[in-house]
Design a protein around this ligand. Structure first.
Ligand code: ACO
Length: 323
């Protein structure tokens, strides 16, 4: 049996940083409302001439450097995104060209805010079977391309960014400290698509569509479905909350993260939180949080890390990774 082991992590945020007060200059909103309802204080947005693949490529380069692995050794690139540079080619193919991963096969996954866990699960299948040896799994989104900047109920919630993991397929007998991806759990329910979607009316007018969200309904689903996903990953691996070193949740709203913390009695100190500084970067929130917490020394080799997410689709997902 083979295991997908994390070899490197990277992240990238565009340099343009927009505070709540900056947004309040153009929208009928306030810093107080945004902080109180979401915990968000700022977000990074694409600069002129930048696109999703640029963010993804920068994150990938940092992850490769962190892993000490050359791009030419990568044989699989999976990018989770809902804001591709183009409908086609895949953003993953653009990344491949930008980083020089000439031997890789590359494709995108669309599962909205659950996208990174979905992409991790997909890559894990190739690595476990040995069909790929070294993979780049990237979550990259530029939500600023698809929010309606005149709609205060959604515009304040999102940001742009990318995060990446380098994973290697290793024979289980050679894995130290039980490292690797232990399980991934993916769920979808297309019946509630209308609670969170991007319209196509604008697309037919040759402009990108806009995000529409029934925030309060999504909030309720998030608490319920993330709860299910966390219970599933704990049960599947026969572990309790106390056995987990770090929870890395999707960063849609600090209140959702606190709700999960209260429900499962997970101390907030074990939750990796970036929503205050990054806002919701969709598929990028989890790998960006992993990058931050691994970089500052919180997440250490051999520690148990639970990932969880919920997003448009509806989709929801969880995973257990021993770092
Ligand atoms: N500034 C000031 N007032 C605002 C703003 C704003 N930016 N946005 C909405 N309001 C107003 C509303 O108009 C409403 O006013 P009213 O009472 O006069 O009608 C009031 O604030 C309350 O609005 P709600 O939408 O009920 O506020 P709520 O407390 O639910 O917070 C929020 C909204 C932050 C969106 C919350 O519902 C939420 O986080 N939902 C979940 C988001 C999420 O999990 N997304 C998941 C994934 S995203 C993805 O997959 C792409």
């Amino acid at each position: 049996m083979r295991r997908s082991v994390v070899r490197g992590v990277g992240g990238y945020l565009p340099s343009k940083c927009v505070s709540n007060s900056d947004l309040a200059g153009n929208l009928d909103t306030t810093d107080e409302w945004i902080v109180e309802r979401t915990g968000m204080k700022q977000r990074h947005l694409l600069g002129d001439g930048q696109n999703t693949s640029d963010l993804a490529a920068e994150a990938a380069k940092i992850a490769l450097q962190n892993a000490g692995i050359d791009a030419s050794a990568i044989d699989l690139i999976v990018v989770a995104t809902v804001t591709p540079d183009h409908p086609f080619p895949a953003t993953a193919a653009r990344v491949q060209a930008k980083i020089g991963a000439t031997k890789a096969f590359a494709f995108d996954v669309n599962a909205v805010c659950s996208g990174f866990v979905y992409a991790l699960s997909v890559a894990d299948q190739y690595l476990k079977t040995g069909m790929a040896k070294k993979a780049l799994v990237i979550g990259a989104d530029a939500m600023s391309k698809i929010v309606d900047w005149n709609d205060r109920s959604t515009a304040v919630l999102f940001g742009d960014g990318a995060g990446a993991l380098v994973l290697e397929s290793v024979d289980e007998t050679h894995v130290d400290f039980g490292r690797g991806v232990h399980s991934t759990h993916l769920f979808s329910d297309g019946c509630h698509y209308d609670l969170l979607y991007v319209d196509t009316k604008q697309a037919s007018a040759k402009q990108p569509g806009h995000v529409h969200m029934q925030g309060r309904e999504i909030f309720k689903f998030a608490i319920k479905l993330i709860g299910e996903a966390v219970e599933t990953v704990l049960h599947h691996n026969s572990i309790a909350v106390d056995d987990i070193d770090w929870f890395v949740p999707h960063q849609a709203n600090l209140r959702i993260i606190e709700g999960i913390s209260t429900h499962f009695k997970i101390p907030m100190e074990k939750m990796v939180v970036t929503v205050d500084r990054h806002s919701n970067t969709s598929a990028a929130t989890i790998p960006l949080a992993l990058w931050e917490a691994a970089n500052d020394g919180r997440i250490q080799q051999g520690q148990r890390v639970v990932l969880e997410a919920m997003g448009g689709g509806l989709t929801w997902a969880s995973a257990l990774v021993v770092w």
